[in-house]
Design a protein around this ligand. Structure first.
Ligand SMILES: O=c1ccn([C@@H]2O[C@H](COP(=O)(O)O)[C@@H](O)[C@H]2O)c(=O)[nH]1
Length: 271
């Protein structure tokens, strides 16, 4: 998807919400376990109930890989369903890949060509030749881990290297790479206080911001320091939305949680 289409959709829906499809069979309503494909049945119900409130879905591939072939098939069915029924929705494979060049090309083909995702998350630490193969795909986005939402982000990412924090090296260097217009970055909602400085380095790139809800990040803070003229934010919530209820009304409960966030986003956008 072209970035302009995403921006138009954000304006139309007054939402920059990304819903994380992190399906754990121990947390979904019990009656779905009788379905042939419980993961897809869960995702389909959540998507059908929430698609008008969000602009993106982000399955984290770990939650599919953990279930072997059946999990991967559920991932394929989910992305096919999204692309067929809701082509206006932006899709993110949260796979955190990246390897030597020829291997990265195969990862990129898997997520962009075979599965048909709009974007994939990539770890930056193997450097330019590990990321550029992803960037070579037209109208596809590579979402580079920059400053993550977890506590471990302080182990390496904020450490100083040659007088500059490592995550800033990631930002500064990656924007010089070929096809850098296809880059987005992961910045945790729990790191909102870093956003002003981040925006000085990457004023325009979209940020994928996980960590609101279950991890305690604050949506208003993220918007205050991270929002650009073109919004520039996709704020993700996974558990806080999809596990709002474990009863038969789970999809409606998820929609209510999604609407709470969408309403907050609408307020921010109308200021
Ligand atoms: O820095 C990061 C990068 C990725 N994630 C992923 O986002 C979701 C967050 O889920 P919640 O249930 O809303 O906490 C999950 O898939 C993480 O693996 C992240 O949290 N932080």
């Amino acid at each position: 998807m072209k970035i302009d289409q995403l921006i138009n959709e954000i304006r139309k829906k007054q939402s920059f919400l990304c819903i994380g499809l992190d399906v754990d069979l121990n947390k979904i309503p019990k009656h779905l376990l009788n379905e042939d494909d419980p993961i897809f049945a869960f995702n389909k119900a959540i998507i059908d109930a929430t698609h008008h409130l969000c602009v993106a879905y982000k399955p984290n591939t770990a939650f599919y890989e953990a279930y072997g072939i059946k999990g991967w098939q559920a991932l394929e069915r989910t992305i096919s369903y999204l692309n067929k029924e809701y082509p206006e929705i932006y899709t993110i494979a949260d796979a955190k890949r990246g390897d030597i060049g020829n291997t990265s090309t195969m990862y990129a083909k898997a997520f962009f060509e075979d599965l048909g995702f709009d974007s994939v998350t990539v770890a930056p630490y193997m450097g330019k030749d590990s990321v550029e193969p992803f960037l070579a795909f037209k109208d596809k986005h590579t979402i580079l881990l920059a400053l993550t939402s977890n506590q471990g982000a302080f182990d390496f990412q904020t450490k100083s290297l040659d007088g500059l924090e490592l995550y800033k090296h990631v930002l500064q260097t990656s924007i010089t790479w070929k096809n850098a217009q296809n880059l987005m970055y992961v910045i945790g909602a729990t790191k909102a206080e870093y956003l002003s400085e981040i925006r000085q380095i990457i004023p325009d790139n979209f940020l994928l911001v996980p960590g609101v809800g279950a991890q305690g990040g604050n949506l208003q803070e993220v918007c205050k320091y991270g929002m650009t003229e073109n919004v520039g934010l996709l704020i993700n919530s996974s558990r806080g939305i999809i596990y709002a209820s474990q009863e038969k009304d789970f999809a409606q409960s998820a929609a209510r949680k999604a609407e709470e966030l969408q309403q907050q986003m609408h307020l921010v956008l109308s200021k």
